[in-house]
Design a protein around this ligand. Structure first.
Ligand code: SAM
Length: 265
């Protein structure tokens, strides 16, 4: 495994227990609203099937099922400690018949081509070793006519707010991480992962390069997060993508569903 992947997996294993409360705190209580907004952009059809890549503790997977009452979600992640907490949360919410977890790598998704109506990710791509490869994989497993939605932290552009954000994100967050979660190193990594991450415009360009069309993004919360949306062209015609999506595949089409612990829908 790539050294970055090993580092990331170990880090999330260490911070798994404090991950959700730290998210609420660092985002000043806004992160779940951002996920709800992202989930709505997936616009799943009745009974549709979504893939949430790097699902972690399943907050976006839950936002997807809550926002689309008849939809089902597969959450894939490579960190068992995060997924374990996600599983417990999903069970507590009574959503376990609709959310299924699969252990796997975002850079090599264990699914056949074109089997999901929507593919989503939140706060994940900064952590992958090869962003174009992650998008290529997400696009590969997306159905023609389906949507890709990506929620990520962004560097704000408003000059004054930018300075405030810098102090908050690069000074205060690592301090809070050390004091409250006892994980100074992990919460030092978090801001650094943004420093080397793509701008929303660059992210849009990567999505276009992997073949998505009409890619757009919206910045939320004075520009500190961005939601990107792209469409995978339906083969027949450009005009079809906003019409009803094709029938959802049966679970037998999701290759990994039978290989991950024998769970069924
Ligand atoms: C910051 S958390 C985001 C979790 C969740 N999506 C959310 O909104 O809270 C990042 C997650 O990405 C996962 N991850 C990072 N790189 C991955 C990869 N290459 N394959 C699968 N999961 C990955 C980590 O294990 C972790 O659970």
């Amino acid at each position: 495994m790539h050294t970055k992947a090993q580092f990331v997996r170990t880090m999330f294993a260490h911070i798994a227990r404090s991950y959700d409360p730290m998210n609420r705190l660092m985002s000043l209580g806004c992160d779940q609203a951002w996920r709800r907004y992202a989930a709505r952009q997936a616009a799943l059809p009745q009974g549709g099937l979504a893939l949430d890549v790097a699902t972690g503790t399943a907050d976006l997977a839950l936002a997807l099922t809550r926002g689309h009452p008849r939809a089902r979600v597969v959450g894939v992640d490579f960190c068992p400690e995060m997924v374990e907490l996600g599983r417990a949360k999903v069970a507590m919410a009574g959503e376990n018949p609709r959310i299924h977890f699969v252990m796997g790598d975002a850079l090599q998704l264990p699914f056949t081509d074109g089997c999901f109506d929507a593919v989503t990710s939140s706060f994940a791509l900064r952590n992958v070793a090869d962003i174009p490869q992650a998008f290529a994989e997400m696009s590969r497993v997306l159905k023609a006519g389906g949507r890709m939605v990506c929620l990520e932290i962004a560097r704000p552009t408003l000059p004054l707010f930018r300075q405030f954000f810098h102090i908050y994100f690069y000074r205060l967050v690592p301090l809070l991480g050390r004091i409250l979660a006892g994980q100074g190193e992990a919460y030092h990594y978090l801001p650094n992962s943004l420093t080397h991450f793509l701008s929303p415009e660059e992210l849009k360009a990567v999505m276009e390069r992997v073949g998505l069309s009409e890619v757009w993004y919206r910045r939320l919360m004075p520009g500190t997060v961005a939601v990107h949306v792209g469409f995978k062209e339906a083969e027949e015609s450009h005009g079809r993508r906003r019409q009803a999506l094709p029938q959802t595949p049966t679970c037998s089409q999701v290759k990994a569903a039978n290989t991950a612990g024998g769970e069924s829908w």
